[in-house]
Ligand binder design. Structure first.
Ligand SMILES: Nc1nc2c(c(=O)[nH]1)N(C=O)[C@@H](CNc1ccc(C(=O)N[C@@H](CCC(=O)O)C(=O)O)cc1)CN2
Ligand SMILES: Nc1ncnc2c1ncn2[C@@H]1O[C@H](COP(=O)(O)OP(=O)(O)OP(=O)(O)O)[C@@H](O)[C@H]1O
Length: 192
């Protein structure tokens, strides 16, 4: 049996571990994460990559986003709306709006985008490809909505290796990750 509380206990535990990292360590590990051979390069020609603008002690996906942009990928970022997450185009240098929780988001004038590859923030993850987010179900619902158009979506979870747990109590609505990137490795989840 999986109760929602299992996830919040894991979230709290792992986030306090992540908060204990120094800013210098986070920067070093975020840079290392961008240096791996990337298994989803073929998909880059098919549509934009959604990144995110880091908050608090999150992994910083921007070194990886820069590399992807240099490889020719278009980028987009999430925007929180009443109706759920929306993705809007972003290029380095564009201005972002400040939003709640320390978020930075593209303005409503930026064109809407449907990512082909999604870099997903995670509070915790396991090797089976299950993730825990901030508990709002934003990403779970956005993934559901995107897949409804029948087109492919490659979901890549990003986190520091110390955010790995033995097993996330996954629920029916959770979509598994295709890849996981940490500062140490590229993980192909074993979908058991
Ligand atoms: N960088 C980044 N951008 C993102 C997300 C994310 O996880 N990371 N999101 C992913 O969905 C969406 C924003 N969702 C968020 C939902 C809740 C909180 C938040 O901080 N909530 C509570 C509790 C957090 C906690 O457990 O520590 C709070 O601050 O009180 C932040 C972002 C879209 N953009
Ligand atoms: N596809 C979905 N459709 C409807 N409700 C959903 C869906 N996905 C998640 N939810 C609801 O959202 C809430 C949070 O879900 P969950 O605990 O899985 O969030 P999370 O994985 O931590 O967050 P996130 O996906 O935002 O990173 C739950 O109450 C869940 O029922």
């Amino acid at each position: 049996m999986t109760r929602p509380n299992d996830k919040s206990a894991i979230r709290q535990d792992v986030l306090s571990r992540r908060d204990a990292l120094s800013e210098a360590d986070r920067a070093r590990m975020s840079a290392a994460m961008a240096e791996h051979p990337l298994p989803f390069l073929d998909e880059l020609g098919e549509g934009p990559v959604s990144g995110f603008w880091p908050i608090r002690s999150e992994v910083d996906p921007r070194p990886l986003m820069r590399r992807l942009a240099q490889l020719g990928a278009g980028l987009c970022l999430p925007v929180v709306r009443e109706t759920g997450l929306e993705f809007r185009a972003y290029a380095f240098g564009d201005l972002l709006d400040k939003a709640g929780f320390g978020l930075s988001e593209p303005p409503q004038t930026a064109p809407e985008a449907r990512p082909r590859v999604m870099l997903a923030p995670m509070a915790a993850f396991d090797r089976f490809g299950d993730r825990v987010g901030y508990g709002k179900g934003h990403y779970d619902r956005a993934i559901e909505r995107m897949l409804a158009d029948g087109k492919p979506l490659t979901i890549v979870g990003l986190a520091f290796s110390l955010q790995e747990v033995e097993r996330v109590p996954a629920e029916a609505h959770d979509r598994r990750l295709d890849w996981i990137l940490t500062e140490r490795e590229v993980i192909r989840p074993s979908h058991l």
